[in-house]
Design a protein around this ligand. Structure first.
Ligand SMILES: C[S@@+](CC[C@H](N)C(=O)[O-])C[C@H]1O[C@@H](n2cnc3c(N)ncnc32)[C@H](O)[C@@H]1O
Length: 263
């Protein structure tokens, strides 16, 4: 891994462009995320939930439906310019999650999706997130494991070059500090090492079709990654593959993980 990282997907892009990207991202991942949370979390009216790195803020509205008007739903992001305006009981705070907790031991649930794997020091990040939790509260994290993303049929014409380009892109992300492309695979181990109890993980894995909305969204991201890392040749091959309909590939896995702060 390279040194992180003021490098972020939003670097050198307008707030409007990044807001649109984050809304699309949430649209694609909302269904598996809410299915996981419904099954993992005992939502009760009036509970207190903090989301770190909410991006578009769309999940905050979903949490507010679960807590009802008597709940407390806090979104903490280093840059709130991409978030929708909050409606009660949602409130927003612009802060770096590495800072000491402004409201320690207040929350029943602390949640972050696609945040910790982008950070230079995920172990400290997890410890900081735990500081906001009540004893007995739950930390719920979701991060990517991109290591298994590859065309289904690597024996077809040009497919080995696509697989190699995907590998090169992951290496470029890791070397630049843009993200740890396999962090999701280590998430359970990191949460256990942080002292969380009853740590449980599940992987959201699927085969997707090139040319689909999702594949074209990924192609857009690949080009952003190329601009930030310089991996233009690999990006050109991978993005061209993703935009051309008709070929299945193994998608990046989204790893969901929960653990309980000992009380
Ligand atoms: C890839 S986006 C994920 C957005 C959203 N969680 C989702 O899954 O759609 C990462 C988010 O984390 C925020 N972020 C990055 N570093 C942060 C930090 N140190 N403290 C708080 N937020 C941070 C970014 O501003 C961005 O909104």
């Amino acid at each position: 891994m390279g040194e992180l990282s003021s490098v972020y997907f939003a670097s050198a892009r307008s707030a409007a462009d990044e807001a649109g990207r984050l809304q699309r991202l949430d649209g694609f991942y909302a269904a598996p995320t809410t299915a996981w949370l419904e099954q993992a979390v005992d939502f009760t009216p009036g509970m207190a939930i903090a989301e770190f790195g909410p991006g578009s803020g769309r999940m905050l509205s979903w949490f507010a439906q679960r807590t009802g008007p008597g709940g407390d739903v806090l979104g903490v992001d280093i840059d709130l310019s991409r978030a929708d305006p909050p409606q009660p009981p949602v409130r927003l705070m612009e802060a770096d999650l590495f800072e000491p907790a402004a409201e320690p031991e207040r929350f029943d649930l602390v949640y972050a999706r696609l945040v910790v794997g982008h950070l230079s020091d995920p172990d400290t990040a997890i410890a900081r997130l735990m500081d906001w939790l009540k004893p007995g509260g739950m930390l719920a994290l979701a991060d990517l494991d991109c290591s298994s993303s590859v065309p289904v049929d690597t024996s077809g014409p040009g497919m080995q070059a696509v697989a190699d380009a995907m590998t090169d892109l992951r290496a470029a992300m890791d070397a630049s500090g843009l993200m740890d492309s396999a962090f999701g695979a280590r998430l359970k181990t990191c949460m256990r090492a942080a002292g969380l109890a009853k740590v449980q993980a599940q992987r959201f894995e699927r085969v997707v079709e090139t040319g689909s909305d999702w594949a074209r969204f990924q192609a857009d991201n690949v080009e952003i990654i190329a601009d930030l890392t310089g991996a233009h040749e690999a990006a050109s091959i991978a993005a061209g593959f993703m935009r051309t309909p008709g070929a299945p590939y193994h998608d990046q896995a989204l790893v969901f993980c929960t653990g309980i702060k000992p009380g």
